[in-house]
Write a new protein. Sequence first.
Length: 401
Amino acid sequence: MGKELAPSDMSSRLRTALLGLIIFTGFFVAGFAFNDVRAAAGSGRPVTTALLAIPDRMEMLLEKPAGPKVENLPVRTTYQETLNTILEKFYPEASVLETTVVKTPTNSVTGKVETQKPSLNVQQLTYMAIRGILGSLDDPYTGFLDPEDYKKMREENEGNFVGIGAQLNTNKQGQVYVKEPLPGCPAIKAGVRKGDIILKVDGKSVADMDIEQVVKMIRGPENTKVTLTLQRAREPKPIEITIVRQVVDYRMVEYDLLDPQNGIGWLQLRQFNSKADAQMDAALTDLEKKNLKALILDLRGNPGGLLESAVDIGSRFIESGPVVIIQERQGRRSALEVDPSKHDHRTYPLVVLVDEFSASASEIVAGAIKDNQVGTLIGNKTFGKGRVQTVVPMPGDAAVR
């Protein structure tokens, strides 16, 4: 039989084993104990000091590391701090010019070309931040309009713009051409003709440009000049025409008496802006002089526009009652009633043409005509934008809608 250990010997061995376990764990789990011991021995510091520090080191190792301090800042402060960080750390000298040496493929000629570093447009960064905030609302009809977009929207709603007065289009070859110079406008007065292909604007080629870019180049401040280089059919060489920009009214209405014998007229409304009702009134008056007996109101492709314009035009066909009922988010309802002063034309059979691009104010008018049983709708399912939007101007000629 083995020798039975005294209690004191057993306690001593347990203490030794426990100390060994602590040392072993410190060496192999903490990973830095051996270096501490060796450093202590080399420096004359007692080794026991390093060993006694192992439990503290292990506690530090096992503790959950503290995460970065999170500070809840107001949105405006957060944006400003972020913007300042971007400017200070990444774009300290955004507009410094650099010089680049350029060689030909044969390396026979060298030269220097000045290029500019990409500049940081703080205003555009701010606009993108606002768009991001509004985008988080997950509302396709809420958005930000920068000054250029807001100006364009105001021009469309007000029914006029400064330019030459010509409808442009793109042909199969991708060339921008004059679809039609508007009557009485600067373009037709200067000699621009239907079908003229635009080659240059103020000497700059418009090849490979889309129609929006060309329109932007042609428009400008009132009473300034713009020169168009045009390719005209049966003309051997391009011609140049200089035009003085003037205020031009959008032509929202196209109309014709399609069947003079039966008095069937057609009237197309492109958009609901501040000039649309007056132009429709004039068109109906002219058609009635030609013995109008039935009307086709064409709202195909009409994206909508001003609510007030929709009420005015709807009032021309509806006898009484609401043209539209608006229900706000909080549940409050308000009705916009027919304006009796618009009843200045005869009543006649009415057909309304709609398609998948008929939206907003177009749907209001078409729906009111159908609900009041004063006309028949023909066409495809409409866009489905049953929304009334409010545009809120912002500092810097921008807006939120």
